[in-house]
Design a protein around this ligand. Structure first.
Ligand code: TYD
Ligand code: MG
Length: 454
């Protein structure tokens, strides 16, 4: 019997080495090298063997027809949007997110629509058939075209798919799937990679779309090798703060559509409902005429979203001022505070500063800078930013307000939600195409912005 070879594989980047080490030489992560048994020898073949080959898979690009690129509607508008207009036949989609964020719920709801006119196979390695039935009942899903399979052996699943040919397949989750020929435990790098590969080959050969759930580890990356992201057609991240009802679905990779789109959902007692008007939802509990708050407009994909930036600035009781930021980059906050202190003389170094973005939203676009700066100035001076003002712009180190993209879309969104005044970078005024009743004020620097607001 051939001797089993041991390999140490990094669970973060997939780097493999015959020797164990505390730090992965590939990605420099610590404690990620796990022992796995190598099953197949991968001797490289440098010569081309003499086999009769046919080249039927070469064709002119003009001859390839795309009319049969069929998309199945999931019945969930926000999910369809993120997928680029529906689930493409034969595609493999990875849906990942923190535990408890609602991945299984989203899949079950999509199953509800698919099973109206298609046979759907839902494979679960995590929950029992009873548990799934209970969830389906709660979500109002009931169809004899929806087949539930509680199985963890990936070869059995693929055999079933080959023989029964369901029209859509859901796998929940890839970390519970097990390939009998691979000796490492389920969830390990090799298992995840091989199971994904087998599912992918099965799905592609029969033109069946497969949605695979993948868990993320504590750093937020998909547990298992990065290669999994490379082999699938689309990678969707489901994110949000567990304590908030809002969830955002984001495409990180999509071979069949744009990666800019996001879908916004709200989790309630009958599952996930779509939030078609996220700005209005985020501003619904807004406190008016309070100092420290300012409204910003950021682009999430092609969609402008209004978000409320809140700050609290109070005298520091200790030598070191405390700074805290939720939903906004901490270093960026420090940078804006430094600009305000150095260029405008606001003494933030003696103040504790807390910043929060309402609704569990993360603002990672520089266009939110101006509203953060105005919220901070409002916080320290105790003068409220008027409730009808939206501020948009990136702040440079010398206090200048720099231009941002898609200004017309942002201003239209502000106008739609009833705001009267928009502070924007002066250089953006010439890009402005829409005519709205809203007053648009172009500013060159923070000085002008502060003068126009307070
Ligand atoms: P779930 O889809 O099981 O999460 P995941 O598969 O991503 O781990 O959903 C988990 C949470 O959603 C759970 O804490 C309960 C909540 N939930 C609701 O609030 N309402 C519902 O209708 C459902 C089905 C779940
Ligand atoms: Mg689940």
């Amino acid at each position: 019997m051939a001797k089993l070879k041991t390999l140490f594989v990094c669970s973060s980047c997939g780097y493999s080495s015959p020797k164990w080490s505390g730090q992965c030489p590939g990605c420099r992560e610590w404690n990620t090298m796990n022992e796995e048994i190598e099953t197949k020898s991968s001797a490289s073949v440098a010569t081309v063997s003499n086999k009769n080959r046919t080249f039927s898979n070469v064709s002119a690009v003009s001859d390839i027809s795309t009319s049969d690129e069929l998309r199945y509607n999931t019945g969930i508008g926000e999910l369809d949007r993120v997928l680029g207009g529906g689930l493409v036949k034969g595609s493999v989609v990875l849906l990942s997110g923190d535990p408890g964020i609602g991945k299984s719920t989203l899949l079950m709801q999509a199953c509800g629509t698919f099973s109206n006119d298609k046979t759907v196979l839902y494979v679960s390695g995590e929950e029992s058939a009873k548990q799934l039935k209970l969830r389906a009942e709660r979500l109002g899903v009931n169809s004899d075209q929806l087949l539930i399979m509680t199985e963890t052996d990936v070869e059995t699943v693929c055999e079933y798919i080959k023989s029964q040919k369901p029209q859509v397949v859901m796998i929940d989750s890839i970390q519970t799937m097990n390939h009998a020929e691979i000796q490492s435990s389920p969830g390990s790098v090799t298992q995840v990679r091989e199971c994904t590969n087998l599912l992918l080959r099965t799905g592609k050969s029969l033109d069946i779309p497969i949605i695979i759930v993948g868990h993320v580890n504590k750093d937020g990356a998909i547990a298992g090798p990065k290669v999994m992201e490379h082999i699938v057609d689309a990678v969707l991240y489901f994110e949000g703060e567990r304590n908030y009802a809002y969830r955002i679905l984001r495409a990180v990779k999509n071979r069949f559509g744009s990666t800019n789109e996001i879908g916004v959902f709200e989790m309630n007692d009958i599952g996930l409902s779509e939030v078609e008007n996220p700005s209005a939802a985020l501003l619904s509990e807004r406190n008016t005429n309070v100092s420290g708050n300012c409204i910003s407009c950021v682009m999430e994909g092609s969609r402008p979203i209004l978000a409320e930036v809140q700050s609290l600035v109070c005298t520091s009781g200790f030598g070191n001022a405390r700074r805290m930021s939720t939903g906004f980059d901490f270093n960026r906050l420090n940078l804006i505070l430094a600009v305000l202190e150095k260029r405008f003389g606001y003494r933030f170094s003696t103040m504790d500063t807390y910043l929060n973005i309402v609704g569990g939203l993360h603002l990672d676009e520089p266009a939110a800078d101006l509203s953060v700066a105005l919220a901070l100035v409002s916080g320290i001076t105790d003068k409220p930013v008027p409730d009808n003002v939206v501020a948009i712009g990136e702040i440079g180190l010398s206090g200048e307000v720099r231009s941002v993209s898609r200004i017309s879309a942002r201003i239209s969104e502000a106008a739609r939600l009833g705001f009267d005044k928009c502070i924007v970078p002066r250089s953006c005024l010439k890009q402005l195409k829409v005519k709205t009743d809203i007053e648009v004020i172009g500013v060159r620097n923070l000085h002008e912005a502060i003068a126009n607001v307070f």
